[in-house]
Design a protein around this ligand. Structure first.
Ligand SMILES: [Cu+2]
Length: 284
């Protein structure tokens, strides 16, 4: 049946033959509206379901209701619209709001299964390097490198941020470090012209009290990432040499065992900020 449909689809409308996602590119770690565009049915039959599989790590994905369509959500797994039908000759869009994962530079696949009664078109094939473009490609969303992201060998550092603080006070520093290499690397030191010295700290809960402790280093696993964030690992800028004001940028140089030194610009957020950027529509 699938082969038969494949032939039909290929013959029917090669130009508008794919389910696609709009936009095709987005920023990492931001709220983004995604529209899945459906330009035709399954080889003549009207569309009765669009089932979208979510990429790993997409923990926030909210479907937009659609008159005439029932919605089924499996959190973090899939979103499906069932109903219609959407006639073969019509065009429609199925919309969701997502928070993109903090993995700048990655291409996210959204395999889509389109059903037309009993018939099925599976837009689920992933591109393979060196092979011709698939006839049934999964819609892809390319994540841009995070603004201000810097690389050192296989390491990408992004989302550097700090909080407003006065001269002479202690400042904090946060950053996400991704290691696409096959060997662990280790953050061993940090320094900044804005601070007398910079220590690596972790936060621990002892009873009802959060305490900070210096740590010798911060390992970044091969193929993994580490996020320095409020309530956990952070950089402590001891003795700020100047006040840090919201909107400014503060350079911090991190030293890794393997990748060497790399400088990240940390954006100064408000004194109470919990995240590196404002999240539209979700500020509480
Ligand atoms: Cu600290």
């Amino acid at each position: 049946m699938k082969t038969f449909l494949a032939l039909l689809l290929a013959a029917a409308s090669p130009a508008a033959a794919h389910v696609t996602v709009d936009p095709a590119e987005a920023q990492p770690a931001t709220y983004t509206r995604l529209a899945f565009r459906v330009g035709h049915g399954c080889g003549g039959a009207a569309t009765t379901a669009i089932e979208v599989a979510l990429p790993a790590g997409m923990t926030v994905a909210q479907p937009m209701p659609k008159p005439g369509w029932d919605i089924a959500v499996e959190p973090g797994i899939s979103i499906a619209w069932r109903g219609g039908p959407l006639p073969e000759a019509y065009y429609d869009e199925f919309v969701m709001m997502v928070r993109t994962p903090d993995r700048g530079g990655e291409a996210l696949a959204f395999p889509v299964t389109q059903r037309c009664g009993e018939a099925v078109a599976a837009w689920t094939q992933l591109a393979v390097a060196g092979e011709a473009r698939s006839r049934f490609p999964a819609p892809m969303l390319q994540l841009a490198q995070a603004p201000g992201a810097v690389t050192a060998g296989p390491l990408t550092l992004s989302n550097g941020w700090t909080r407003a603080a006065g001269q002479g006070a202690q400042g904090v520093g946060f950053v996400t470090i991704r290691n696409t290499g096959s060997e662990v690397d280790t953050l061993v030191a940090a320094s900044s012209p804005a601070a007398g010295r910079v220590e690596l700290h972790t936060s621990l809960r002892e009873g009802d009290v959060m305490r900070m402790r210096p740590v010798e280093n911060v390992p970044v696993p091969a193929g993994g990432s580490v996020t320095l964030a409020p309530g956990g690992l952070h950089m402590m800028m001891m003795g700020l040499t100047r006040p840090l004001a919201v909107g400014q940028v503060v350079p911090v140089t991190l030293r890794f065992e393997r990748a060497g030194q790399v400088t990240v610009n940390m954006a100064v957020q408000s004194a109470g900020a919990r995240t590196p950027t404002a999240m539209p529509g979700h500020q509480h």
